[in-house]
Design a protein around this ligand. Structure first.
Ligand code: GLU
Length: 488
């Protein structure tokens, strides 16, 4: 058997990290077994449909490196892979169920359904369709009303009034549901659009899907799905309900907890490799202790056996830590390319383009240890690229010189002299000269270095000072020290 999985997002907005975790697990399972990963667009909810989001789905998958085999721009043998283009297939399935007596047309108006619900609420009963159209007399009466009012019927499933159905979930094990609690649910709406329960089953069969992975919020709907599978005579694929994703406070992950859109993570400077690794561990583990796992290892090791049932926490601090690890471990050439891209976006337009890659190559090793998010790179490195920096007097003085600006000014002047006298402009020589100055003048080395740091870089937190000064160059360093002294 070839494993075929599908990611079936509804194009209703920006791609959510929780959905992408499902896509990732689909992808991993398919790749692990050498099967296919399919993307299907479930756009039957026309009210929530956002056309641009289809492109966003493709972009987010591509950015994360979840290449698909069928669907979206790729097409494939079992398409179309868009539900709104498959309405005839759903209609045909609904007609079969009608002909078999497993479904019936319901002519009740929205207003009547509302009244039934209100009455049930008054009696503190659970809301459900009262099955008026399930029998011939009720249906005939409702139909007359509907024809007078001009509205079309829906198709409802004729749910058995009692008994149970079971589903053997790949993660949760056997789940049994009591049918007496299940409504005569709608299969096809009056506009001809199917509901999820009909559409996904028809599509999964047509697309030869072998494994259905989806969030565990779908468990309560599972009995309806089992009924539809059975009535259509479709073999039930492997179904795995994935653990839901919670924020650190234990509530369902939402905007309240921070970014939920995959694109926001991209904007903040997370690497796709880090997000891939991080999402892969939300609900799955290799061995309960390994955190950094390569794509190849994930593919080699991923099976449903190690997916847990219990909700999993989305800990963004862990993601940020992981991102730092991935930045530190990036091959040099890719690091330089990535830093160049971010600097290109972040540096002011006064810095000449294209940026000097050789310069980025010298800077990258100094910075990679400190950067956790790529969006921080410009803030650490801008001073290498600018002609001048503009430190504030407060930053220059810091705590050490807070009430002694004249001392700071004198120190900057002496540092200027000391650095002008340095022979070869290397970080070692720069360090020797500044340490000697510190010792001679009785200043604490740390205080002197902070002063020089702010003067040369405009910032208090920077890559290693002497190495940075070597790269900035003698002339610019001295110019900046003079400019800083003039400020005080
Ligand atoms: N369209 C459904 C959703 O976005 C898909 C659920 C599934 O994967 O079957 O929630």
């Amino acid at each position: 058997m070839t494993v075929r999985t599908r990611y079936a997002p509804s194009p209703t907005g920006v791609p959510h990290v929780g959905n992408i975790r499902t896509a990732l697990f689909d992808y991993l399972l398919a790749r692990h077994f050498g099967g296919q990963f399919i993307v299907r667009i479930e756009d039957t909810d026309r009210q929530r449909y956002v056309p641009e989001s289809v492109a966003g789905i493709a972009e987010s998958l591509r950015w994360l490196g979840l290449e698909w085999d069928e669907g979206l721009d790729k097409g494939g043998p079992y398409g179309p892979y868009v539900q709104s283009e498959r309405l005839t297939a759903y209609r045909a399935a609904a007609d079969r169920l009608l002909a078999q007596g497993d479904a019936y047309a319901c002519w009740c108006s929205a207003q009547r359904l509302e009244e039934v619900r209100a009455e049930q609420a008054r009696r503190k009963q659970p809301p459900r369709y009262d099955r008026r159209c399930r029998d011939a007399a009720g249906s005939a009466a409702a139909r007359r009303e509907a024809e007078a009012e001009g509205h079309s019927p829906v198709v409802r499933f004729k749910t058995p009034l009692e008994g149970t159905v079971s589903l053997d979930d790949a993660i949760h094990g056997p789940l049994t549901f009591d049918l007496s609690t299940i409504d005569d649910f709608v299969l096809l709406k009056s506009d001809g659009f199917p509901v999820y329960a009909l559409a996904y089953i028809v599509d999964d069969e047509a697309m030869r899907i072998t494994h259905v992975l989806r969030g565990d919020e779908w468990i309560p709907s599972a009995p309806r799905h089992v009924l539809v599978y059975r009535a259509l005579g479709v073999e039930i694929p492997v179904i795995a309900h994935l653990p839901r994703i919670l924020g650190p406070d234990g509530a369902k992950l939402s905007k309240r907890h921070g970014a939920t859109s995959v694109f926001e993570y991209r904007e903040q400077g997370y690497l796709p490799d880090a997000l891939f690794n991080f999402l892969g561990l939300i609900g799955w583990s290799l061995d309960d202790k390994t955190d950094i796992i390569s794509r190849e290892q994930f593919i080699e090791r991923f099976t449903l056996d190690r997916v847990v049932k219990s909700p999993a926490v989305f800990n963004v601090d862990k993601l940020t830590w992981m991102n730092g690890v991935y930045i530190r471990e990036m091959p040099e050439a890719r690091l330089v390319e990535t830093f160049t891209e971010w600097l290109d976006r972040g540096l002011p337009s006064s810095v000449a383009r294209p940026l000097d890659r050789a310069l980025v190559g010298r800077i990258a090793p100094l910075v990679r240890e400190r950067v956790k998010l790529l969006s921080e790179v410009t803030g650490y490195c801008d001073f290498f690229f600018m002609d001048a920096v503009s430190p504030s007097a407060d930053d220059l003085l810091g705590n050490a010189f807070a009430s002694k600006p004249a001392d700071a000014k004198a120190a900057l002047e002496r540092a200027t002299d000391a650095l002008e006298a340095v022979g070869a402009w290397t970080h070692d020589e720069i360090e020797v000269a500044l340490r000697a100055l510190g010792a001679q003048s009785g200043m604490k080395a740390g205080d002197l270095f902070s002063l020089v740091r702010v003067a040369v870089t405009g910032r208090r937190v920077t890559p290693p000072l002497f190495e940075s000064m070597e790269i900035v160059g003698r002339e610019r360093c001295i110019g900046r020290l003079r400019a800083a002294a003039a400020l005080l």
